[in-house]
Design a binder for this molecule. Structure first.
Ligand SMILES: [Zn+2]
Ligand SMILES: [Zn+2]
Ligand SMILES: [Zn+2]
Length: 114
């Protein structure tokens, strides 16, 4: 009985950590900017290029490209990795969103992680 309760407490703690992590997306409305986020050579390597830039889930057939707000698309910032902020260099891998993170108007929210 005690172990079951402890397990639930740990489960809730872990889940709230995941939620807090997911909430660090910039999320600002991109407005009329048509700048798409990129991934660095780490985050865009191989099959990782098909992971959602926000939650890490496999995007599957969803072909939603992550957009950047005016702040994060400004100057050289548009060449920073959406996930880790590292300069992408010559990497031209576009950041994608899964069907959850890119659903409806969410696709027009900045996907850059803070
Ligand atoms: Zn996602
Ligand atoms: Zn932003
Ligand atoms: Zn990165």
């Amino acid at each position: 009985m005690f172990n079951r309760r402890l397990f639930l407490i740990i489960l809730i703690a872990v889940l709230s950590c995941i939620c807090a992590y997911a909430a660090t997306r910039c999320n600002k409305w991109v407005g009329s900017t048509e700048v798409y986020g990129k991934l660095c050579t780490d985050h865009g390597f191989g099959s990782k290029a098909d992971n959602c830039a926000v939650c890490g889930k496999w995007v599957g057939s969803a072909k939603i490209y992550a957009k950047l707000c005016n702040d994060h698309a400004f100057g050289s910032k548009k060449d920073d990795c959406v996930v880790c902020g590292k300069w992408v260099g010559s990497s031209k891998v576009p950041a994608k969103l899964c069907s959850d993170c890119g659903f409806g108007s969410k696709a027009d929210n900045c996907a850059r992680m803070k």
